[in-house]
Ligand binder design. Sequence first.
Ligand code: ADP
Length: 355
Amino acid sequence: MTKTETILSLRNISRTFGNKAAVKDVTLDIREGELFTIVGPSGSGKSTLIRMLAGLETPSAGDILLRGTRINDMPANRRPTCMVFQSLALFNHMTVGENIEFALTVRGADRKARRERARELMALVRLPQEFYGKSVLRCSGGERQRVALARALASDPDILFFDEPLSAIDYRLRKILEMEMKDLNRETGKTFVYITHSLEEAMVMSDRIAVMRDGEIVQLGDPLSIYNAPSTRFVAEFMGQVNLLPVAVDGNGNRVIEGIGAPVAQAFRAGPYSSIMLRPERLRLLDKGRRADVEFDATCFNFYLLGSRTHVHLRRDERTFIVELSPDMAVPEPGAVVRVGFDWADAVSVQGEAP
Ligand code: ADP
């Protein structure tokens, strides 16, 4: 399915609390059927933004349009949207089936139709059918999450909003649920708007990601373009393990890599306050006479086994470099001085922050 039609538009949306601006002038189009993730550190304005979209918070300025119609003043329960919370506000005195059927009961659907729909939804969210009569109090965290999803889907909303639904779930199960979220988005064709502070989580499931910082969207794009070409140092560092080598200008006015002194390639677009970004898998140990465009020595500090990969931390002066080793490479001993390098074709320029 090509996801090109806009379902939800935000036009210059702001929200202030007292004199604090939680969301600042955000303009954004969310497309029909896409899994759109808003990612950012705690306090960056994600919850405030999604709460405005869901109708749980009123914008201080700007417009929210649903398929072209302004919905700023439409109450949450009149919007064709549904919010799935991390706190999984399930009805604890009810069974799995009763929770899922709640919206259908409110609408007056008959018992047989409700039950049929609940069973369909249980299959969709991969809950065993025998859970139908089980009390939600006897469900695990992951099962409760699935019940909450099925309950949200029962009201047949056009857009589902997710506020960090997986943050309280343990790592292994979370990884499974992230993939299932993507599957569910595909199977239902509904628009999902998801917030998380984990870019790793966003990468796995999203069609597009908006990165927020201090109430603003600082980068918007598909996961790979954000991973490969972060526009700023903040986005690059937020994504986890990267090497950032600052660019300096030497006494002769030439651009050099700070601390290493190697000249920056002519064709490489980097200004004075920018950095050269290298993913750990792009920085290489140059054993067995291997060569690279830029080479330098560093001391092995320690190594970390990450399943199929190994990360080695190297130090040079005060700086740490992370190198990812392929499985066939020998891990250097801590304390050993090694030759390390990279090719300009593997480097990305990121805009730095002015000092
Ligand atoms: P996030 O979801 O990214 O953690 P929030 O949207 O919760 O960020 O918060 C953004 C900023 O707005 C924070 O500084 C927070 O303290 C502030 N904020 C959020 N809600 C309120 C509120 N109801 N009253 C006052 N300040 C708030």
